[in-house]
Write a new protein. Structure first.
Lengths: 297, 349
């Protein structure tokens, strides 16, 4: 236990800023999850593994001498096709089935990806050095790596672009229509199969962006996927489907929570506290709803 | 009925004779027994009650840690044991070992049952995928947190007491085989007894439509908690045995191994057929034989194979072996089939 947080107020500021910048990234991943959850009613356990895969694309660009920030452009393009491929191979067979089947199937994909990445890229913790330097605030009491600010900025840009795309473009309209009522959309001439594939691809592309940013700002490792899935799941259930400001806010809240858990409980309990928070949130919502004799649906 | 008695007797005799018939496979057979216990207990929840859990690994790991801790803590200081190679400084005498194991197994079965009862009210109020993800979170959280606790070895693991030097070379394998086989027999008898009562019908009612079951006046929450407690009891027992068998406990790789054991139990039950008595037994046996094949021939690629296996089973074979048999030979399952109807269906196909 470390009570530095209460003795030095600057650490609190540091933790809050770190948490908010981290949380924006989480919100981006959660947005992808909310998108496909809303449209296809599938919870993708492999979400975090897609993020890590996107991170490795940026890392390999870095290894071959290209600046990893370009990964933000390249990684989503590759990941889009990976996503469509997963959809065509597996997901389209579980879309209309029992939810547990889709959870288990994506769990299988998650294990598969984890292990393939472990073979292909090795079990080392890696990061792509962007060389952006750091910013010092308040007489260098608060240290912010510029890469974190960059990643938060890029996430916001991508999120805004996606929101506009969903509102204005033809595909975006088709996706929203399918989310509202898949059957009606089909009758009115929307190729729902194509919409599903595109949704899954878009989700994977968002994961690719987030992964590239994570490889610049933090570290990536083949087995680090599941916590990202759980975080995005948590953000979505706190905010609710289709509530975009809510996703952003709860993402930042989660980021700040994690930074404080890191300082107060110690780094070894960081991931554990995230998973425990998920359980607590679900139980809290269950008790709140059971007063009205309802349950989480 | 008479045929059934013969079948059970044959299996029992085979089970008792197996370690002497196949002495080289004693450890594998013990693991098979534990796997069958886990699949059967998962089936109470996932198959009969319709509450698909990833979290039974919590009770399994809890039982594993508790059994080993009790076995050590009854005679020696636990902290010194786990700190560094306590098993070299402190040696259990045979009677200490067996007493510790017995007490440890009791604690390993009872404490998870109590834990299940305590958290059951909160967790079992969730439904469907929320329940699945919540239990997944529980299992992973338990692994991460136990990996940070010093007294049970934290990240470096916990060596369980080595088997005392009695009864020759084969004694260890035989002891653990009969222990796990005993647990299997106990589980099977208990589950079979449970399935022949009204309790199973209530669980099935909860699976098919919980709201209606509640409207019919069944206290669903009570039965859900009891069902979970029964699973937890046998999961904890299996964990305790497995801890002694493996001889080494690590928080995320052995005890709370959601990536392996946690998925295996789900997969085995689904492979065999959810919601049947024999399904998990057959599923676990087939899976174990299949897995051992992969584990030796596909060295290094086992998780890749596992991932593919999960996807293939879940997508193409969700009814399992028993479900497939039932469709093929409905008469054997006591279903009355109209011949004309069946012919018409065949023609339609």
């Amino acid at each position: 236990m470390d009570f530095m947080v209460f003795q030095y107020p600057m650490i609190t500021v540091q933790a809050c800023l770190d948490g908010i910048l981290l949380g924006i990234l989480f919100a981006l991943i959660a947005y992808g999850m909310a998108l496909q959850w809303g449209v296809m009613n599938i919870i993708n356990i492999a979400q975090g593994d897609l993020v890590i895969l996107g991170g490795y694309i940026a890392y390999f660009m870095y290894l071959y001498g290209i600046h990893p920030a370009w990964g933000v452009i390249v990684s989503p393009i590759i990941m889009y096709f990976v996503g469509v491929g997963i959809y065509k191979l597996v997901i389209n067979k579980v879309v209309d089935r029992d939810l547990f089947i889709s959870i288990l199937a994506t769990f299988g994909i998650s294990i598969l990806f984890m292990q393939l990445m472990n073979f292909a890229f090795g079990a080392d913790v890696v990061l792509a050095n962007s060389g952006y330097g750091t910013t010092f605030l308040f007489d260098s009491a608060v240290v912010l790596p510029n890469s974190k600010i960059f990643s938060a900025f890029v996430s916001i840009v991508f999120a805004i672009c996606l929101v506009i795309y969903m509102k204005k473009s033809k595909l975006g309209r088709a996706i929203r229509a399918t989310a509202q009522n898949a059957r009606a959309a089909k009758i009115l001439g929307v190729d729902t199969e194509k919409v599903y594939a595109a949704t899954f691809g878009l989700n994977a592309a968002l994961c690719g962006v987030a992964g590239a940013l994570i490889s610049i700002t933090f570290t990536i490792h083949p087995y680090m996927g599941l916590p990202y899935t759980i975080r995005s799941f948590m953000i979505v259930i706190v905010a609710g489907l289709g509530n975009l400001p809510g996703v952003a806010m709860s993402g930042m809240g989660l980021g700040v929570f994690e930074e404080f858990a890191d300082y107060i409980l110690g780094t070894e309990f960081r991931i554990g506290s995230v998973f425990l928070l998920l359980v607590l949130i679900l139980v809290y919502r269950r008790f709140k709803l059971s007063r009205k004799r309802e349950y989480l649906k | 009925m008479n045929k059934n008695v013969l079948l059970y007797a044959a299996i029992l005799v085979f089970g008792l004779a197996a370690p002497f018939l196949f002495p080289a496979f004693k450890v594998q057979l013990s693991i098979l027994c534990v796997l069958i216990v886990l699949a059967t207990t998962w089936n109470i929840q996932g198959g009969e009650m319709g509450y698909n859990t990833f979290g039974n690994i919590l009770f399994y790991g809890l039982g594993m840690y508790l059994c080993a801790s009790v076995q050590v803590g009854m005679f020696f200081p636990l902290a010194e044991w786990t700190e560094s190679g306590g098993e070299k400084t402190f040696v259990h005498t045979p009677s200490q070992f067996f007493q510790g194991m017995a007490a440890g197994l009791v604690v390993a079965a009872v404490v998870p049952t109590i834990v299940a009862g305590l958290i059951g009210y909160a967790i079992l109020g969730l439904r469907g995928h929320y329940f699945a993800i919540c239990t997944l979170g529980l299992g992973v959280a338990a692994g991460e947190i136990s990996g940070g606790i010093e007294i049970i070895g934290a990240g470096q693991g916990f060596t369980t007491p080595p088997f005392p030097n009695v009864g020759g070379l084969e004694a260890r394998g035989e002891f653990f085989y009969f222990l796990s086989f005993g647990a299997l027999v106990l589980t099977f008898i208990a589950v079979r007894a449970i399935y022949s009562t009204r309790f199973r019908l209530i669980l099935n009612a909860i699976r098919d439509n919980e709201d209606k079951a509640e409207a019919m006046g069944i206290e669903t929450m009570k039965y859900k908690i009891i069902g979970w407690m029964v699973s937890a009891f046998f999961c904890g027992l299996a964990g305790g045995i497995m801890g002694g068998l493996v001889g080494y406990i690590d928080s995320t790789d052995v005890a709370f191994d959601g990536r392996e054991m946690g998925v295996f139990m789900v997969l085995m039950a689904i492979l065999g057929g959810k919601g049947t008595l024999w399904g998990p037994v057959i599923g676990a046996t087939v899976f174990h034989i299949f897995k051992e094949g992969f584990w030796t021939f596909f060295l290094g690629w086992q998780y890749v194979a596992l991932g593919v296996l999960i996807v293939v089973i879940v997508i193409y074979f969700p009814e399992g072996i028993m479900g497939w048999l039932r469709e093929k030979y409905p008469e054997r399952f006591g279903e009355v089939v109209d011949e004309a109807d069946r012919k018409a269906q065949v023609e339609l196909k």
